[in-house]
Write a protein that binds this ligand. Structure first.
Ligand SMILES: [Ca+2]
Ligand SMILES: [Ca+2]
Ligand SMILES: [Ca+2]
Length: 149
C-alpha cells in the first residue's frame, strides 16, 4: 500500500511541477509581443535571434555589457505595465531565475557571450514540432527547458 501511495504522490508532484512554472505563459506572451515583428503569432528563427539580441540591450540598462539582477528589477515597472502588477512580479522573478542559469562563470552578471547561449540551442529545443517556428505554447516551455538543464 505504502509504496503505491508514494509512487502516486511522486507522479502527481512531477506532473504538477511540469505543468506549472509560475508566469511561464505570461512570459511567453511578453516575449511574443516583443519579438513577433510580422505579427503572425509565431516566432521564426530570425525573429527569435533579433529579439534575443535586442532584449540584451534592453536588460542591460546601464550599458556596461552585462546584465545584473538589479537591472531586471529596474524594469519591473515596464514589465508590470505590460503584464499587470502580479504578472510583472512573477515575470521579473522568472527572468532573474533564467539569468542565473545563464551565468556560467558565476560572477552574478550575465555577459553577452553567456546570454547568447539562449540564441544558439534554445530555439531548436523549444521548437517541439520542428517546423522552424515557435508558437505561444512552445514558448511557454522556455523557463522549464532552461531551468531543467
Ligand atoms: Ca512572426
Ligand atoms: Ca557571468
Ligand atoms: Ca514550432
Amino acid at each position: 500500500m505504502k509504496p503505491l501511495l508514494i509512487t502516486l504522490l511522486y507522479v502527481f508532484n512531477a506532473h504538477t511541477l511540469r505543468a506549472a512554472v509560475p508566469g511561464a505563459e505570461s512570459l511567453a506572451k511578453l516575449i511574443a509581443h516583443e519579438f513577433d515583428t510580422n505579427s503572425d503569432d509565431k516566432l521564426d528563427q530570425g525573429e527569435w535571434q533579433n529579439g534575443i539580441s535586442g532584449s540584451f540591450d534592453k536588460l542591460d540598462t546601464n550599458r556596461d555589457g552585462s546584465i545584473k539582477t538589479d537591472e531586471v528589477d529596474a524594469l519591473s515597472n515596464d514589465i508590470a505595465a505590460e503584464a499587470g502588477d502580479i504578472g510583472g512580479v512573477i515575470i521579473v522573478a522568472l527572468i532573474k531565475q533564467v539569468l542565473l542559469t545563464l551565468d556560467t562563470d558565476k560572477d552574478k552578471a550575465v555577459s553577452r557571450k553567456e546570454y547568447d547561449t539562449l540564441t544558439d540551442g534554445i530555439f531548436t529545443k523549444l521548437d517541439t514540432d520542428k517546423n522552424s517556428s515557435l508558437t505561444l505554447a512552445e514558448l511557454s516551455e522556455l523557463p522549464e527547458k532552461i531551468l531543467a538543464k
